[in-house]
Design a protein around this ligand. Structure first.
Ligand code: KIV
Ligand code: ZN
Length: 525
């Protein structure tokens, strides 16, 4: 470690991030994302809120078993059963953190908890003491901290540290604070909590006023040494402080913020894409650091300056966050070996041979259709093959013909392999995509709500591959499917099937966990 003060990066993409409406990720997707986080050097990964669902429990458990360096963490309310669920899901990890919280603001205590100051104080004491039985690494949060009276906050923090908390997190739960005020709060805590030197102070800022990153960084100057954040800034409502912005601000303005996060920033772009793909939440074009335009220079004056010296308009290099210049990489004569080397250059060094084989096959087909193949094309192919590698395809597309254009109603003819049985149909619809989705519904009758259909071109040009994302909902379950192809309609069919296959798995898991619950009730457990 360098001489500079360490700032711990606590990622909550898979917990607070997943709390944004519609941003659910499958367990497999979370595992893949956590591997990249681990490699990136994220210190603590809050992998979920284990008590809330069997899916969260399973994700925390699976992720915690696979991490090499990052410390896995689970969230718990100030309740024994939540803390037990955290422990049960984390216990296989070498080290782990339990993060427990309770609201301390007058408005939350009165209307949400219906608890008095004394009851909240008792709950802090009980929950932190109980969590400490399972691990030395306990984090305590005063939810709605920035609307809590300072005296009460200091009292609860002192108690939490006395009971064993080693990290004290100050959430700006509703994104209400402004930088100067947030910094003052931290200074007040440092000056008024006698045992504060025994804990690390953490900032957890929401973005309702667009100030999450600014508040977290203001906290740093006042003594915060852990920042809680999410990739792409996803999270409840307007989101959380964006990890990529926090880390790159510290790196770029290290003259004013002389701290070290230890993050391998070159993996930021990859992590951003993985999270966007898994959640189906696109990254806005002008998003700082990871937006498509973050390093694009359009105007003549800017381009001219850039050609003379990059520093004229560039405060950090695209390479420093893993954005490679779009390069023409390979053609139809490139072999498997070169393809594998290329994948490793693009950061896919740990994919299985099956995935490489599958992606290579698709690359050859693409190379026959498309004149120029770019890095982004190859990334889309591997991501597509990774989805296939998850072995979740019970329903597969065998063939598709679509008749579109003016005059005629649009018509699709489709053949599907449905659990091993070959089925065919033809349907018309309001547009070709509607006709395709009707075919799928006809061949595998099901009732889900389509809540998102989104197409984006992977590269420039009319022969570009399209990545299609589809989100479907059924009761309280949501799944996102994705696929890339030069034919947007084929990608649409495959993306829908991908979402549907994931939904079938979720249904299976739900009925399995319901059976277990039912059995427990019967057995009186
Ligand atoms: O925003 C918040 O207050 C939280 C806590 C659980 C830390 O997410
Ligand atoms: Zn939060």
């Amino acid at each position: 470690m360098s001489e500079k003060d360490k700032v711990y990066i606590f990622d909550t993409t898979m917990r607070d991030g997943e709390q944004s409406p519609g941003a659910s990720m499958s367990v497999e997707e979370k595992i893949q994302i956590s591997r990249v986080f681990d490699e990136m050097g994220i210190d603590i990964i809050e992998a979920g809120f284990p008590i809330t669902s069997p899916g969260d429990f399973e994700a925390v458990s699976a992720i915690s078993k696979g991490l090499k360096n990052s410390v896995p963490c689970g969230l718990a309310r100030a309740k024994k059963k939540d803390i037990d669920a955290c422990y049960e899901s984390l216990k296989h990890a070498k080290r782990f953190r339990i993060h427990t919280f309770i609201s301390t603001s007058p408005v939350h205590m009165k209307h949400k908890l219906n608890m008095t100051d004394e009851q909240v104080i008792d709950a802090v004491k009980e929950s932190v003491t109980y969590a400490k039985k399972f691990t030395d690494d306990v984090e305590w949060s005063c939810e709605d901290g920035t609307r809590t009276t300072l005296d009460f906050m200091c009292k609860t923090i002192e108690l939490a540290i006395k009971c064993g908390a080693t990290t004290i997190n100050i959430p700006d739960t509703v994104g209400y604070s402004i930088p100067e005020e947030f910094a003052k709060t931290i200074t007040h805590i440092r000056n008024n909590v006698p045992n504060i030197d025994k804990a690390i102070i953490s900032a957890h800022c929401h973005n309702d006023l667009g100030l999450a990153v600014a508040n977290a960084l203001a906290g740093l100057s006042a003594g915060v040494r852990q920042i809680e954040c999410t990739i792409n800034g996803i999270g409840e409502r307007a989101g959380n402080a964006a990890l990529e912005e926090v880390v790159m601000a510290i790196k770029t303005r290290n003259d004013l913020m002389p701290f070290d996060t230890g993050i391998k920033t070159e993996l930021i772009s990859k992590a951003s894409k993985m999270v966007a793909n898994a959640t189906g939440f696109p990254v806005q074009f002008n998003k700082a650091i990871v937006g498509k335009n973050a390093f694009a220079h359009e105007s003549g004056i800017h381009q001219d300056g850039m050609l003379k010296n990059r520093e004229t308009y560039e405060i950090m290099s695209p390479e420093s966050v893993g954005v490679k210049k779009t390069s023409l990489v390979m053609g139809k004569h490139s072999g498997r070996h070169a393809f594998k080397d290329k994948l490793s250059d693009l950061g896919y060094s740990d994919v299985t041979d099956d995935v490489i084989q599958e992606a290579f096959g698709k690359f050859k087909v693409l190379a026959d259709k498309k004149k120029h193949i770019y890095d982004e094309d190859i990334i889309a192919l591997v991501d597509d093959s990774l989805i296939v590698d998850n072995k979740i395809n019970a329903i597969n597309l065998k063939s598709l013909k679509v008749y579109a254009g003016t005059g005629e109603p649009q018509r699709a003819e489709m053949t599907l392999d449905v659990f091993g049985e070959i089925k065919k149909t033809a349907q018309t619809g309001d547009g070709p995509v509607d006709a395709i989705f009707k075919c799928i519904k006809e061949l595998y009758p099901h009732d889900v709500k389509l809540s998102l259909y989104q197409v984006h071109a992977v590269t420039e040009g009319t022969d570009a591959q399209a990545t299609v994302s589809v989100k479907i909902e059924e009761n309280d379950r949501t799944t996102v499917g994705q696929s890339a192809d030069t034919d947007t309609l084929v990608a649409s069919a495959k993306a829908y099937l991908n979402a549907l296959n994931k939904m079938l798995i979720k249904r299976e898991k739900k009925s399995l966990s319901e059976n277990i619950e039912h059995q427990k009730v019967k057995e009186g457990v």
